[in-house]
Design a binder for this molecule. Structure first.
Ligand code: TEU
Ligand code: CA
Length: 544
């Protein structure tokens, strides 16, 4: 049976960079309310809100100090209630970011937990150091360095898989699970439609033995997609999620297809769908910051693997942790508009629930910063320090960070060509890309051949098209920069129409020849018929 969240397009908002309403340079909840019309006009039916909870912002809100309160930078709980109400009036549902692997070190639980006698001690993961005065084991954090921090107050170390201001909760303690259920109920009772669950496949640590030697994250084999993790997800579903009309999409770190199936096959009653990273890493090495050559053929095989492998996909090309897709797999100079539309064509002809990140719909590009000091992201600064320590030259470091930094997606939304890009009347918390005079919402709204107009067109086309939403996926062609795949009804899937579509995409600056027959239904360059000759970054959809 089809679910409502399979039909909708989800629009991700990174609140601090979306719309400032009071001139302090930080996007906020009243700002979001003022842009609901634009989100509705795009055709999105769900907003996923990156964290707006109370937080000291060591990791831009992914370090929560109170799950039942709002960061005053973003507004108040009254603003949040108002957002839920106004969004509902527009027919838009809201999904919250549920960050439960860790809290902030400024959360009351953690502050109490620093006392060995406190009932909260066991809410977190405390261990004695090694006899030699070293951390309890050799695990490394996702933000580099040891995953353990020494706390003088009780002379022990606590685990933090991310920043030291993000201590990991202890999921061996049933009380922690009960607390999380209460937090989920609190928000569901307010009317939210579900959760995007942050790093949800690494919450249960099954052992604290040393990790295997690796260049990536040391220790991960002791906590990634563990049986205990599956058990907790089933418990959260049974006791909370199943009691509401809502969904859960997991963000799952370094997940492979076999793990993913166990996490989101519908019969297992864990997650409804999940975000994997494979399709954005075909030109990345183990550590996301190190590039390698892009091959369209590789992308096609990754798409095929996940499209065919999962019952239901959550598909995205951008989020707040990834570079902008037009700068990544497209061309953000000469073929900017065309390649952004080509990538949009790919996204909206794949199966699954589609997620768009703010600014993607107008083809926003990576930042134009020229030096590290302009970056805010803790991860970029930490990776720079680490690369420096191991002797990587400054130029290479900057080049890599430039391409992969999370701040690429975090520069303010470009609403107009006015000063402040229509984002703020004040001083923005992070630099605005100087290309806002050319790339902005207002300009594209006025033009019916803009990237924005094309996104709207794709969303409408897909909405009335079961084959694209639910049909099977078949890779049919890969040569040079060109790939092609077919979407069609297959036995047992949810697609009810008999139509077949062939999607042909050129990921290169070179023109190419790829002969297929069919009726042209979509073109990113305004063609009215296709004769087998593809231009640079061209996308063609044929009904066959
Ligand atoms: O991200 C976790 C994650 O796996 C990565 O994308 C991470 O940002 C990093 O780049 C790994 O190299 C989630 C959130 O999306 C991210 O913003 C948070 O910083 C992180 O969890 C911790 O909560
Ligand atoms: Ca503000």
């Amino acid at each position: 049976m089809k679910k409502w969240w399979q039909e909708e397009v989800v629009y991700q908002i990174y609140p601090r960079s979306f719309q400032d309403s009071n001139g302090d340079g930080i996007g906020d909840i009243p700002g979001i309310i003022s842009r609901l019309d634009e989100i509705k006009a795009l055709g999105a039916g769900i907003i996923w809100l990156s964290p707006v909870y109370k937080s000291p912002d060591a990791d831009n809100g992914y370090d929560i100090s109170d799950y039942r309160d709002i960061n005053p930078k973003f507004g108040t709980m009254a603003d949040m209630d108002n957002l839920l109400k106004k969004a509902a009036e527009c027919g838009i549902k809201i999904v919250m970011d549920l960050v439960i692997n860790h809290t902030s070190d400024e959360h009351e639980w953690f502050q109490k937990s620093r006392d060995k006698e406190s009932p909260y001690r066991d809410y977190y993961i405390w261990r004695k150091g090694s006899p030699k005065g070293k951390p309890p084991n050799n695990w490394t954090a996702f933000f580099m360095g040891s995953a353990w921090e020494y706390d003088k107050k009780s002379s022990e170390y606590y685990l933090h898989l991310f920043h030291k201001k993000q201590p990991d909760l202890n999921y061996h303690n049933p009380k922690v699970i009960e607390e999380i259920k209460d937090i989920m109920r609190f928000w569901l009772d307010k009317g939210v439609a579900g959760f995007r669950c942050d790093v949800i496949n690494i919450i249960y640590k099954s052992s604290f033995a040393d990790g295997k030697p690796t260049l990536a994250i040391r220790g991960i084999e002791h906590y990634k997609s563990t049986e205990g993790n599956h058990r907790i997800l089933r418990e959260l579903r049974r006791d909370v999620l199943d009691k509401y009309d809502c969904f859960a999409v997991g963000e799952t770190v370094m997940v492979d297809l076999d793990e993913a199936k166990l996490l989101c096959d519908s019969g297992r009653k864990e997650l409804d769908m999940l975000f994997y990273f494979d399709h954005l890493e075909v030109d990345r090495r183990i550590a996301r910051y190190i590039p390698k050559k892009f091959h369209a053929r590789k992308l096609l095989s990754v798409l095929a693997k996940w499209q065919q492998g999962l019952e239901w996909n959550a598909f995205y090309l951008e989020n707040h942790d990834q570079p902008r897709i037009v700068s990544h797999y497209g061309d953000d100079s000469r073929y900017w508009e065309r390649s952004a539309k080509m990538l949009a064509t790919m996204q909206f002809t794949l199966g699954g629930t589609m997620f768009i990140y703010q600014g993607q719909e107008i083809g926003m590009t990576n930042f134009d910063f020229t030096e590290l000091s302009q970056l805010k992201d803790v991860e970029s600064h930490n990776i720079n320090a680490l690369m420096k320590r191991i002797g990587i030259p400054a130029k290479t470091r900057w080049h890599w960070i430039n391409q992969a930094s999370r701040d690429n997606a975090r520069t303010p939304m470009q609403w107009s060509s006015e000063a402040g890009a229509g984002f703020t009347s004040g001083n923005p918390w992070i630099g605005i890309n100087k290309n806002y005079k050319k790339i902005n919402y207002q300009e594209q709204k006025a033009r019916n051949d803009s990237i924005l107009a094309y996104y709207k067109q794709l969303i409408v086309f897909r909405a009335g098209n079961d084959t694209l939403k639910y049909g099977g996926f078949k890779p049919v062609y890969a040569k040079g920069g060109v790939i092609a795949y077919q979407r069609e009804k297959v036995e047992g899937n949810l697609s009810t129409d008999d139509e077949k579509y062939l999607v042909i995409l050129n990921f290169s600056k070179k023109a190419a020849r790829a002969v297929f027959n069919g009726t042209l239904v979509l073109s990113n360059i305004g063609r009215d018929k296709y004769d087998g000759e593809l231009e640079a970054y061209e996308a063609v959809v044929l009904r066959v």
